[in-house]
Design a protein around this ligand. Sequence first.
Ligand SMILES: NC(=O)c1ccc[n+]([C@@H]2O[C@H](COP(=O)([O-])OP(=O)(O)OC[C@H]3O[C@@H](n4cnc5c(N)ncnc54)[C@H](OP(=O)(O)O)[C@@H]3O)[C@@H](O)[C@H]2O)c1
Length: 300
Amino acid sequence: MTILITGGKGMIGSRLSDLLYKKGHDVLILSRNPKKTGRYKEYKWSVEDHYIDDEAIKRADVIIHLAGANVGEKKWTPSRKKELYSSRIDTANLLFEACERLGNFPKAFISASGSTIYGVNSGQEVQFEDQKRLGDDFLANLTKDWEKAAKRFEDKKVRVAIFRTAVVLTMEGGALPRYVFPAKFGLAAPLGSGKQMVSWIHIQDIARLYLFALENEISGAYNASSTETVSNKEFMKRVSKILSRPFFVPNVPAFALKLVFGELAEVVLGGNNLSNEKILQEGFVFEYPDLNSALENLLT
Ligand SMILES: NC(=O)c1ccc[n+]([C@@H]2O[C@H](COP(=O)([O-])OP(=O)(O)OC[C@H]3O[C@@H](n4cnc5c(N)ncnc54)[C@H](OP(=O)(O)O)[C@@H]3O)[C@@H](O)[C@H]2O)c1
């Protein structure tokens, strides 16, 4: 099959592209800055200019929508918030409108989403996909709109699968290298109370989940999270242990994190405790269901 991936050069996208390629699929990438050379054919799009290369849409059997400005990279100024929003929602709408204009809808539309949909909470309660109570903060509302934009494809009889993704673990970016760096100096510290729960998924498993959604007729929203959820303190402790470093640094107080990161501090201070029962019921098998196996693979 020919798979068009938005954000295909990002952290998840590049791992997924290689996995799809190995499985014999033809990978196309939609990017703001397409390169002329490379293993995969790249096409240009621009949400500001409302532009998309029609050829990419015409060739796609399936679209995987991963594009999104990084939530944890910069402070959430009003213009950054706008970018976080438009890079996910306006882009999904741009894809939909291009498909409609060309009369060429894919067989399936598979979209990233975030565990942020459940809102800022301590993660003491387990979160299920069918629960009515979702969050009402900035990221939760953004995520709800993101899923709504993806679901527009259902009106055109396109199969839509959505992954409410937990913290993705890889040493190539994201949260883990930021935790590992101080831990290497014996300076890993729980953030805030340290009691907030951390749902996570190994990079290989999130890439395998997208492949699973491609190869199986699943639809709807799924939590993309491994089985063992731990507290932030336990997470830091395990990282230190695997690196054979001491773990006794006091917690970083919440007010200090808020002072430095502003509203973005919510991302680390808030917890998540996602159930992965729904995707397990579909037959997906995690390669890294527990934190020790994931950390050993990534850190040793
Ligand atoms: N990594 C995680 O822990 C995690 C957790 C939950 C959800 N997710 C979601 O999963 C998706 C993929 O995550 P990732 O970690 O692979 O992200 P990433 O490495 O930051 O890559 C995302 C891609 O989005 C595109 N992008 C960035 N800013 C954009 C903008 N302003 N307008 C349009 N496109 C833009 C970029 O592609 P080009 O530069 O080629 O245009 C980039 O390669 C994202 O939507 C993310 O929110 C990730």
